[in-house]
Design a protein around this ligand. Structure first.
Ligand SMILES: NC(=O)c1ccc[n+]([C@@H]2O[C@H](COP(=O)([O-])OP(=O)(O)OC[C@H]3O[C@@H](n4cnc5c(N)ncnc54)[C@H](O)[C@@H]3O)[C@@H](O)[C@H]2O)c1
Length: 371
């Protein structure tokens, strides 16, 4: 008979680093496994469609109570629950809060994240872990996975828009996925950030990484382009700048032209999740409505793009999609992030921590209180 004593593991940021959370090549492989399960349907996410990205704590723009935070694009809390099958068979929830003023006012990162893993059968918590690095890594690794499956084998150049932490993870992952890469250029509205990015990434990757002074220069003629800007601006990637056969891989906001979408392979991370975003977005008041990729939804709704032509990365990883990555057709990958990615990487870290004897064991109870 199994014990009713409940002990779970707590993993600090140092424990996570010792467990291997910064190992990008391993993380890309874990994302590959998680996406193949997504493509086969062996997963459940939250919400009534079982495909919701997560639930947001939506503060009002003008709170009526003293102390309640004021709503804004970067003042929020978010919970992402889900289950991942395959050899994982585990539930998880990522819970985070974000405040754009954290770095300036409190010396803290903009977002602070924690991750919990649970046994799906008994609901027993297995681990609680620091998840800032975990989350950035899984975001970058999926962009690397998109490069593995969608970039041409002869890709030599990468254009990076924005020099923030997410772009660093994405650049590392793309370089790991594309050994043919020879040159990286980066554009950021903050020239100091771009220069720091070049110094750090050229040393880390041993590739030529240089700043460029315009957005267009970072996009035009590149084999692969990635963008992770923050703030309110959504840049337009003009069709004429995007090279034949190129991959535009987007963890962040972007606008493209309708003609570009009509002629490209369209690969979302998970199309069912993108459809759920639309359903949930329509429930918001009109002035607060923000539906990711509404341009793509409009083209599908008007019949200009057949839904059957959209093949998500899960299907690609599961070998169920039909995409010729070496063709002259351009590829458009969009990612909003899924709990399945966090669960896969958190499970790998939990297993590594158990094997290496890392972290603290927390006793929740010796015997459960019985009424
Ligand atoms: N898809 C996912 O799973 C996922 C996960 C996490 C974050 N994200 C996205 O990544 C974005 C970036 O995250 P971060 O933590 O690196 O943010 P950050 O604020 O730390 O850095 C963003 C960088 O973008 C630059 N920037 C802002 N506007 C720009 C513009 N118009 N042109 C060029 N550069 C510009 C800023 O100067 C800054 O260097 C987030 O806003 C979010 O949209 C996606």
């Amino acid at each position: 008979m199994s014990s009713s004593k409940l002990v779970l593991k707590f993993l600090s940021q140092q424990d996570m680093i010792a467990a291997g959370v910064t190992d990008m090549s391993y993380c890309i492989d874990m994302m590959d496994e998680a996406f193949a399960l997504l493509g086969k349907g062996d997963y459940v996410m939250g919400g009534s469609t079982r495909n919701s990205h997560g639930q947001r704590v939506w503060f009002p723009k003008e709170p009526a109570f003293e102390g309640m935070p004021k709503g804004g694009p970067d003042q929020r809390f978010m919970s992402l629950p889900g289950y991942l099958g395959g050899r994982f068979k585990i539930c998880g929830n990522k819970w985070y809060g974000s405040n754009v003023n954290n770095p300036k006012n409190h010396g803290l990162p903009r977002s602070i994240l924690t991750m919990t893993l649970n046994d799906p059968e008994t609901a027993r918590p297995l681990a609680i872990m620091e998840a800032n690095i975990l989350s950035g890594m899984r975001t970058g690794a999926v962009v690397g996975l998109s490069a593995r499956y969608l970039a041409r084998d002869d890709s030599e150049t990468l254009g990076v828009i924005a020099a923030g932490p997410i772009s660093k993870f994405c650049t590392d992952a793309i370089a790991k996925a594309l050994p043919s890469l020879k040159k990286i250029v980066v554009f950021d509205i903050n020239a100091d950030a771009a220069n720091r990015f070049c110094e750090e990434m050229s040393e880390k990757l041993n590739i030529d990484v240089s700043p460029v002074s315009t957005f267009e220069d970072a996009v035009k003629g590149q084999d692969v382009i990635t963008s992770a800007i923050s703030g309110d601006h959504t840049p337009l990637f003009e069709e004429k700048w995007l090279k034949e056969g190129s991959l535009l891989t987007l963890p962040g906001r972007a606008n493209v032209e309708d003609d570009y979408l009509r002629g490209a392979y369209i690969v979302p991370d998970c199309w069912e999740m993108q459809k759920t975003y639309k359903i949930e977005g329509m429930m918001l008041p009109e002035d607060e409505r923000a539906i990711p990729h509404s341009q793509l939804h409009n083209l599908v709704d008007s019949g200009e793009i057949a839904e059957s032509e959209i093949q998500d990365l899960g299907k690609v990883a599961a070998g169920l999609a039909d995409i010729d990555k070496n063709s002259a057709k351009r590829k458009y990958f969009i990612s909003n992030g899924m709990i399945l990615q966090d669960i896969a990487w958190a499970t790998a870290m939990y297993e590594s921590a158990v094997e290496k004897g890392l972290g603290q064991d927390l006793v929740m109870w010796d015997e459960p209180y019985r009424v």
